[in-house]
Design a protein around this ligand. Structure first.
Ligand code: UDP
Length: 245
């Protein structure tokens, strides 16, 4: 049984990165199910949106696994006296799963980012993790009229992992909507991770990550994000004051 910490009414399991990879690995090595296993990397934006967006809240509640995406979530858990062990961000988790999949020949479908970035990310993955299989890929700039065709393509590839880089919460909504049709074992929204893997956006150096300052690095490198990051202090205050209603 997992123990949980409560982030604005959302129970987040207290799992380390290694435990998370092991849990997901167990799902991948098991039988393929009709409904995929949805991993939601919970960041402050999703936690805040869940307070008024009941549809999104329903998606989060039905997820197979939640992870603590970002230091904001971990800090709140610490300040509330029920600490999560560490950050398990979408990008870090994806890299760990690729490394594990390299040894186990896991298959990945990459959906999202612009065409050039998606293609480069696939090439980088093939070069760095030759044992992991990129079973298929599609860029993330498509209209509603293309969805059925893309879902059919993913279904045909029957990947172990569907990696969705459409930005949150679009990725979560897409995965949830098609969870019974996609024929993947595990699906996960990973934000801008394909941009990082492709080298389009620089990754915070290890020392910044160790200092839990990845958010600052991203802000300095993509100043256009400042508006989005304003949500962090608001999230911290609301999450600390949150009382179960
Ligand atoms: N994206 C996409 N289709 C869209 C909008 C965004 O594929 O219609 C991609 C975008 O190219 C980027 C990712 O989604 O690769 C979102 O990155 P962002 O840094 O905004 O995500 P975050 O990590 O903040 O969730």
């Amino acid at each position: 049984m997992d123990s949980y910490t409560n982030i604005m009414g959302i129970p987040v399991p207290k799992l380390t990165m290694a435990q998370t990879v092991e849990r997901i690995g167990g799902v991948v090595e098991g039988e393929r199910r009709e409904e995929l296993f949805h991993v939601v990397t919970l960041n402050p934006e999703i936690a805040m949106a869940c307070q008024h967006d009941l549809e999104l809240r329903g998606i989060v509640d039905r997820a197979g696994l939640l992870t603590a995406d970002g230091i904001g979530i971990v800090m709140v858990s610490r300040l509330k006296g029920n600490p999560l062990p560490e950050r398990v961000t979408g990008c870090d988790l994806l890299l760990e799963l690729l490394a594990e999949g390299d040894g186990r020949r896991w298959t990945f479908y990459l959906l999202g980012a612009d065409e050039q970035t998606n293609e480069t990310a696939a090439q980088v993955i093939r070069a760095k993790y030759p044992g992991a299989v990129v079973a298929g890929r599609h860029h993330g700039y498509f209209g509603a009229e293309d969805e059925e065709r893309i879902v059919e393509e993913i279904r045909w590839c029957s990947p172990d992992f569907l990696i969705v880089a459409l930005g949150a919460p679009n990725a979560e909504r897409f995965i949830h909507k098609y969870r019974r049709q996609l024929n993947a074992k595990v699906a996960m929204g990973v934000g801008g991770s394909l941009d990082i893997i492709a080298g389009k956006v620089p990754r915070a150096p290890l020392v910044w990550r160790k200092l839990n300052a990845e958010w600052l690095f991203r802000l300095l490198n993509q100043p256009s994000r400042w508006r989005r990051q304003l949500i962090l202090p608001r999230f911290a205050v609301r999450a600390l004051l949150y009382r179960r209603r």
